[in-house]
Ligand binder design. Structure first.
Ligand code: ZN
Length: 344
């Protein structure tokens, strides 16, 4: 048999109020036969979201993690060229009630206005990126409000402060009976290089951008959608092919997080069942050392992220037992066995 690399499968937004490993037969079987425990994935001082949580699972320590990186990483994932002085933000199209309150996310208008003083990049569905030239200095004083956390608030309370071009953009977007709200401000920032040759398979831009920032080789395909309609079988086949060449392959699955943000309990549950059958079963069979965990929880009840420790299952090392609670930045070492025996 050819040398087989290890696979690290990150299921975005995996857990929630009702999550139970036993509902997923392949994951439950691997837990029985392997190691299991919990990862502390949310670094101190960071919001509960994919960027800091996945970065921790990649092995980056708190002190090495830039606080403002979200927009920059997604621009990197999308292949947008940035200048040194650019300020980069995520933005979301939101529905607006007649009284000015923010409702849920919205599709962009048919004709997106030509905003003055910044460039707009559509990312699909309600998502966009904004690049504001020569605005790097505004980063420190800029205040924005991630709209997913301010549903129900009045627009006037959550206008961006500290960069005129952004406030103007929000006002200009109102002509479409929707509103485009900027958040996740960032500038180009350095990340420590990943210490090993490794591949990353996934379509979520934050995952691709982070992997690129660390110097990993990123692989994706048009039918990888970063949502519940993604090509799960093709994804796992690609990951297993790459594991013949790379000592470590990261595989990111994003659909459960998206279904939970849509507050669809059954879509999330059904998708996780599909992941168990179409991703985890073939990975288990392939005989690779395998680590499976979430980056954070996402509640399909209120659509918000949950910062609870994330259960992990470590399979394929022919040993079993409870490893307790482990810092997420130890995950790669655990998978590659370096630290396994020192911990016990
Ligand atoms: Zn999310």
């Amino acid at each position: 048999m050819p040398e087989q690399g290890a696979v690290f499968c990150i299921i975005d937004g995996m857990t929630d109020e009702a999550f139970n490993v036993q509902a997923y037969p392949n994951l439950a079987a691997m837990k029985n036969e392997g190691f299991f425990g919990y990862f502390e994935t949310v670094p101190k001082g960071f919001p509960v979201e994919s960027y800091p949580c996945i970065a921790s699972l990649f092995g980056i320590r708190e002190g090495e993690l830039p606080l403002f990186a979200r927009g920059y990483l997604e621009a990197l994932g999308k292949g947008i060229q940035l200048a040194e002085d650019d300020l980069v933000l995520r933005a979301s199209w939101m529905r607006l009630a007649e009284n000015g309150c923010i409702l849920g996310v919205a599709e962009p208008p048919q004709a997106v206005p030509r905003f003055s003083g910044l460039s707009y990049h559509h990312l699909g569905a309600y998502r966009a990126l904004l690049v504001v030239p020569n605005a790097k200095a505004a980063l420190k004083s800029l205040k924005t409000y991630p709209p997913y956390a301010y549903v129900g608030k009045n627009l006037e309370e959550i206008l961006p402060q500290g960069e005129k071009r952004l406030t103007q953009m929000v006002r200009q977007s109102l002509g479409t009976e929707k509103v485009l709200l900027p958040w996740g401000q960032s500038v180009s920032c350095p990340f420590p290089a990943f210490k090993l040759k490794a591949a990353a398979v996934g379509a979520a831009l934050i995952f691709q951008g982070l992997a690129k920032a660390l110097g990993l080789d990123v692989y994706t395909k048009p039918d990888f959608t970063a949502d519940t309609d993604t090509a799960l079988t093709a994804k796992v086949e690609l990951a297993l092919q790459l594991a013949q060449v790379y000592p470590l392959v990261f595989l990111h699955i994003n659909g459960a997080d998206e279904a939970a943000h849509r507050r669809d309990i059954w879509e999330k549950r059904f998708f996780l069942e599909q992941v168990d059958a179409k991703v985890l079963a073939p990975l288990q069979k392939a005989g690779a050392a395998l680590l499976v965990c979430g980056d954070h929880g996402t509640s399909p009840v209120d659509g918000k992220h949950i910062g609870i420790p994330q259960p992990f299952v470590l399979y394929g090392q022919k040993r079993q037992g409870d490893l307790g609670t482990v810092q997420a930045n130890k995950a790669v070492k655990l998978l590659l066995e370096d630290e396994l025996w020192q911990r016990r």
